[in-house]
Design a protein around this ligand. Structure first.
Ligand code: COA
Length: 351
């Protein structure tokens, strides 16, 4: 039987550390000012979200999301012992694409030097659920014999599109820049616990206005000339969120999706080495662990160090703890994600 397997994993975060204190002093181009620009505090952010710091690309330099994706992809390829030219399919998950179109996958393909016309490029738009949705696609492609070497990347540059005034503080404090990647391929096995064991995506479009970023509204007009001080224009340019509704839905669906994954695979928490939830808020993950009756010592969190890197959080978290020596190759992970849409899902796989 052909199953899909993770052959290599890698991540990349920019060197620039932005602490909660520093965040208060940033202007719209995230350059440090002498006076605070946002009314928030380290204490509030730590208590409500668990976040201590996040990474941003340097202010004043031109970084695009495909650049972060490329750096994570190169590490995943090295980990897999493969070269970029071996890849025949790219799936790129992001909510902060390089430009409106074409998608970021083709920009990254070019940067990786993949000249083959036989590498398909997909961009997917499932925000914080991007990794599990992408894993589901890669798994299906590989099992069907469609592609042999799939590069799945989650990458985000949030720092360029956040509102650094008090008006945007509920959202801005949450997000960071970063990328994670896995290389996947087929394995011939009779072992049902090999490779990717399970994936399931869910969505509920009635939650679409619970968390969104417009930039433009095709039904009205594209945004070209704008004044971010204008309240209406501001609400188009920056992410808008109903924080409490997102929080409650995230907890409910992440608990349900984790239980669903165990029921579908016939596994218990004794069989799973690590629970890797999406990193949106430490309080969300602690509540999911509590209500989901998940052994707390198996739950891995990195939101303290990176904030919410959206489509990148799952591979970034696995790689973080792999580099620390905690997660070992072949360990079994149950991952559950939740994001704008609302979209959510879970997956069980060996790393
Ligand atoms: N610093 C200081 N005060 C802040 C703040 C900040 N960064 N953000 C909001 N506040 C204020 C609010 O203005 C409000 O003040 P008020 O009572 O005077 O009106 C107060 O804090 C409480 O706000 P509230 O929204 O009730 O806080 P909360 O406990 O719900 O926490 C979030 C806010 C955003 C941290 C929380 O709702 C959350 O994490 N939601 C889920 C977000 C998420 O996961 N998004 C990504 C999904 S993939």
């Amino acid at each position: 039987m052909i199953r899909a397997k993770i052959l290599g994993l890698g991540s990349y975060v920019p060197d620039r550390v932005v602490t909660n204190d520093e965040l208060r002093f940033l202007n719209p181009k995230h350059e440090r000012q002498t006076e605070p620009q946002m009314d928030t505090s380290d204490e509030w952010i730590r208590k409500r979200t668990g976040i201590q710091e996040r990474r941003y690309v340097p202010a004043g330099e031109t970084w695009r999301t495909s650049d972060l994706g490329k750096l994570a992809a190169e590490r995943a390829l090295e980990d897999a012992g493969l070269e970029a030219k071996d890849i025949d399919c790219i799936i790129f998950g992001t909510l902060s694409p390089d430009i409106h179109f074409p998608g970021s996958a083709v920009f990254m393909q070019e940067k990786l030097g993949i000249n083959s016309h036989y590498c398909a490029c997909y961009d997917i738009r499932q925000q914080c659920s991007g990794f599990v949705y992408g894993l589901e696609m890669a798994d299906a492609f590989i099992k069907a014999g469609k592609y042999k070497r799939v590069l799945l990347v989650g990458a985000e540059i949030h720092s360029h599109s956040l509102d650094y005034t008090t008006r945007g503080r509920d959202v801005t404090v949450l997000f960071g820049d970063g990328a994670g990647a896995v290389v996947m391929g087929p394995v011939e096995t009779t072992d049902p616990r090999e490779g990717v064991l399970y994936t399931r995506g869910h969505a509920d479009g009635s939650g679409a206005w619970g968390l969104y970023l417009k930039i433009f509204d095709i039904g009205v007009h594209g945004m070209v000339d704008y004044d971010p001080k204008d309240r209406e224009v501001n609400s188009t340019l920056y992410p808008q969120m109903k924080g409490k509704a997102v929080f409650m839905n995230a907890v409910k669906q992440m608990v349900a999706a984790s239980k669903e994954a165990l029921a579908a695979t016939g596994l218990s928490w004794d069989d799973i080495d690590w629970f890797v939830p999406h990193q949106a808020n430490l309080r969300i993950n602690e509540t999911v662990v509590q209500y989901g009756k998940i052994p707390p010592e198996k739950a891995l969190n990195t939101i303290m160090f990176y904030g919410n890197t959206t489509a990148a959080t799952v591979p970034l978290t696995i790689d973080h703890y792999r580099q620390e020596g905690k997660v070992k190759k072949g360990d079994l992970v149950l991952s559950t994600v939740f994001g704008a849409g609302f979209t959510w899902g879970s997956a069980v796989f060996r790393v």
